[in-house]
Write a protein that binds this ligand. Sequence first.
Ligand SMILES: [Zn+2]
Length: 103
Amino acid sequence: MTENYSTETVGIDFCPFCERVSLTLPKLSHLDKQTQICSLCSHIESMLEFKYLFNGNSRKILEERLNRINSDMYKIENIDSHKFRYLTMIKSLMRVNLKNFKA
Ligand SMILES: [Zn+2]
């Protein structure tokens, strides 16, 4: 017996980041440069990257940010979601930044 698990809805765009229906999905997510997301979430991605990846001038600040993103991720129930995978990518980039930072 076969069942159809497809969640694709013809003619309606679904943004995997905010998990809402959007009229248009005009931007590519930085996660894979393939997944289309809505323009608001594209803006959110840019802000998250700025918030977590740039302007870290001490090891302590970088570690605080890492703790913050861990607690943000803890609130996400679906670990297969686009948002969780995106934050995982940010976290691994943060770890690289931290590793390059001499204590
Ligand atoms: Zn969205």
